[in-house]
Design a protein around this ligand. Structure first.
Ligand SMILES: *[C@@H]1O[C@H](CO)[C@@H](O)[C@H](O)[C@H]1NC(C)=O
Ligand SMILES: *[C@@H]1O[C@H](CO)[C@@H](O)[C@H](O)[C@H]1NC(C)=O
Ligand SMILES: *[C@@H]1O[C@H](CO)[C@@H](O)[C@H](O)[C@H]1NC(C)=O
Ligand SMILES: *[C@@H]1O[C@H](CO)[C@@H](O)[C@H](O)[C@H]1NC(C)=O
Ligand SMILES: *[C@@H]1O[C@H](CO)[C@@H](O)[C@H](O)[C@H]1NC(C)=O
Length: 353
């Protein structure tokens, strides 16, 4: 275990100097999907977390996600999402038959009907603790939410809502960037999980009756990591650490569910869904087969040009042909494939009381 963690720690500074988790965007929506409209399903979606779910909470030009070529597929210009197009929030909302919830930053510019679908508090770079990419932790996002209760949202709104809580790795990036020796990686992991539990309890205590938590995806397969093997393989020891995190997280979720009457908390298994898509050789109908699944479309420092206007990145011909957009984030086609793997199963568990 120790040597694995040493390896993990030695590998990742490279990885994380890259870290630009962030996201901004205009108002995008997934269309209402009549087949998925269920009377019993959640009617609002509240989103907490990082760039995997942020749809526009960082201010314009404060993150590369506001620069070309981000957003080229959708909405065909940078929108603050860390992708060429839609991200996981958009697909989850679509499963529920809802429009993608408006980013908190945009709430005063939107018509009131736009607030009906819930709100997105996620901010690229966020961790449960302060991170090298954001000094606004998840606690802060939950406080923003709390201030709207009884004001914009009523207690009965919350009881028919779903919260999506994404913790996609910024805490670990920060740990590693900060020399990664104290308090020891596994001990730190326990602190992250512990604080995640505190956050989940708080969201539930505020009145949200259904809370979905993505498991950590296989970080060892991210292009920033796999480029060490010319995008041939995922780093197994990194994924092993992810498995430890996910096991701890699932234990917490099981404990929380024991304490509540219903199955309030549920995980969304990004770990296996990502691997299913990345390993797909064409055998799964309806899911894109990616030719070089571990290689990103936008390589180098995506979205950055130097003083002379020379791009510091390279762009693939067709973003729908790659699973990853940049070194850290899936493309729209990637997210769409992941959500296709979940399909009706996920809809069923989200709607279950
Ligand atoms: C989150 O940030 C606030 C403000 O900086 C701080 O007071 C609080 O202790 C932080 N919470 C955690 C869990 O790090
Ligand atoms: C990393 O360790 C060095 C030497 O102990 C120290 O000077 C530096 O401040 C540390 N960096 C961080 C981010 O903690
Ligand atoms: C876990 O969280 C609780 C509540 O915030 C805190 O009292 C406790 O010290 C934490 N434990 C660890 C190991 O961080
Ligand atoms: C461009 O990329 C190179 C290597 O990836 C890096 O050393 C350099 O600092 C980058 N320049 C800018 C302006 O980001
Ligand atoms: C869907 O749910 C069924 C029953 O719970 C399970 O056997 C199956 O593996 C699930 N499929 C996916 C893609 O998660």
């Amino acid at each position: 275990m120790d040597s694995m963690l040493k390896l993990f720690v030695s590998l990742l500074p490279v990885l994380f100097s890259y870290l630009l988790f962030g996201n901004i965007s205009g108002v995008e929506s997934s269309k209402k999907h009549p087949h998925h409209q269920q009377l019993q399903g959640p009617t609002k979606l509240f989103v907490f977390g990082d760039s995997y779910v942020d749809t526009g909470n960082i201010k314009m030009h404060e993150a590369p996600s506001w620069e070309v070529p981000y957003g080229i597929t959708f909405p065909r210009k940078p929108s603050g999402r860390f992708s060429d197009g839609r991200v996981s929030t958009d697909y989850l909302a679509k499963l529920l038959g809802l429009k993608s919830p408006i980013p908190y930053l945009w709430k005063d510019y939107a018509g009131h009907e736009r607030l009906e679908y819930g709100m997105n508090f996620a901010y690229g770079g966020t961790g449960v603790f302060e991170t090298i990419n954001s000094n606004l932790n998840m606690t802060y996002q939950i406080s923003l939410f709390e201030k709207l209760i009884g004001n914009v949202y009523s207690p009965s709104d919350l009881s028919s809502s779903l919260a999506l809580v994404s913790v996609a790795g910024n805490d670990y990036i920060t740990y590693i960037a900060g020399n990664g020796t104290k308090p020891g990686f596994v001990a730190y992991m326990k602190q992250v999980i512990n604080q995640t539990e505190v956050n989940l309890r708080r969201i539930h205590a505020l009145g949200v009756k259904k809370i979905a938590i993505p498991l950590l995806h296989p970080l060892g397969c991210l292009p920033v990591v796999s480029k060490g093997s010319s995008f041939a393989d995922c780093k197994k020891f990194v994924n092993l650490a992810v498995i430890i995190h996910n096991n701890l997280l699932q234990t917490v979720v099981a404990k929380l569910n024991k304490e509540t009457e219903h199955s309030t908390f549920m995980v969304i298994d990004y770990y296996n869904a990502f691997l299913t898509v990345l390993k797909n050789k064409g055998e799964i109908p309806g899911i894109t087969r990616f030719e070089t699944p571990l290689k990103e479309c936008c390589g180098g420092v995506c979205g950055v040009v130097d003083e002379k206007g020379v791009k510091n990145y390279t762009l693939c011909d067709d973003p729908t042909s790659t699973f990853f957009w940049d070194g850290l984030h899936p493309t729209q086609e990637g997210w769409k494939s992941v959500y296709t793997v979940f399909g009706k199963n996920l809809t069923a568990s989200l709607i279950k009381a």
